[in-house]
Design a protein around this ligand. Structure first.
Ligand code: FPP
Ligand code: MG
Length: 261
């Protein structure tokens, strides 16, 4: 298709997108999508041609806003995005500072965002809050307070997040409650465990998408993804298109139809 004049390409692309969109909207829409937004720095280097990795993160941030819009459009109620892992603290100070600053700003913006309020979207953060700099904590509280009680849509940012750590925190909580006599050892089961992890009040992800061609989970939502479908795409996160999301959902729909429920 690349040899055709661009306007024919655009036309064909838009037709194709519309037809997949229609197909997807007629099927079972996942309730919860989790995304591992990978490839920002490679995008900066290889596509933008700059050594300044923050340029890739800047595009990555814009892409997350776009993906959240697409989820609204499709009626996907929960979107959880891996924005910063505990391991990411090991990156250069310049990059970590940039990301923390960008996350703080994003959270304040989301708290005041017209679309967020119009669609009654709750905004929250999961992760080790104690590791976060003050502005991110403030932004997190601001967005949370402004949107608490909203239940139509939910955007969750995983920041300073690691799933093993989250599981350990849950185990500690359960152990403490057993010690205090608040719960009985025999009552520990999957449902009880779920209440002690940070995603306790959300449905588990139906679909997990990772960009940039890496086929790994990287300590993201380990407990929650026990029955999730996975979709890996080669595009770097800033290049991820609506059509990629539609294809991911369509693949999820085909698989769930095949396995049945
Ligand atoms: C992965 O690409 C991306 C991150 C570690 C950070 C994710 C951050 C964003 C999408 C932007 C900030 C988001 C908000 C909401 C402010 P990478 O850095 O691992 O790139 P690479 O895999 O090419 O090295
Ligand atoms: Mg990466």
């Amino acid at each position: 298709m690349t040899d055709l004049p661009p306007f024919i390409n655009d036309y064909a692309y838009s037709k194709y997108r519309k037809s997949i969109e229609k197909e997807v909207l007629a099927g079972d829409i996942p309730r919860h999508i989790a995304v591992i937004m990978d490839g920002n720095r490679r995008y900066a280097k290889e596509v933008l041609g700059t050594d300044n990795v923050t340029k890739g993160h800047e595009k990555g941030k814009e892409k997350l806003r776009e993906v959240a819009d697409w989820c609204l459009q499709l009626g996907i109620r929960y979107l959880t995005a891996y924005a910063f892992s505990t391991e990411n603290f090991g990156r250069d100070k310049y990059e970590v500072d940039y990301l923390m600053d960008s996350l703080a700003k994003t959270l304040f913006e989301l708290g005041d965002d017209e679309k967020v309020h119009k669609n009654r979207m709750s905004i929250r953060v999961i992760g080790d809050i104690d590791l976060l700099p003050e502005p991110v904590r403030k932004g997190m509280e601001y967005a949370y307070e402004k949107t608490k009680g909203y239940d139509d849509y939910h955007l969750t940012l995983a920041i300073a997040y690691g799933s093993r750590q989250d599981i350990i925190t849950a185990v500690r909580g359960i152990a403490k409650d057993v010690k205090d006599g608040a719960i009985d050892i025999d009552s520990i089961d999957e449902d009880l465990f779920k209440k002690y992890i940070s995603t306790g009040d959300m449905p588990d992800p139906d679909l997990v998408i990772r960009t940039s061609g890496e086929i790994r989970i990287s300590n993201f939502l380990l407990w929650e993804i026990a029955y999730s479908e996975f979709y890996f795409v080669d595009a770097y996160w800033p290049e991820f298109r609506y059509i990629d999301l539609l294809r991911a959902v369509r693949t999820y729909q085909k698989r769930t139809r095949r396995y049945g429920k």
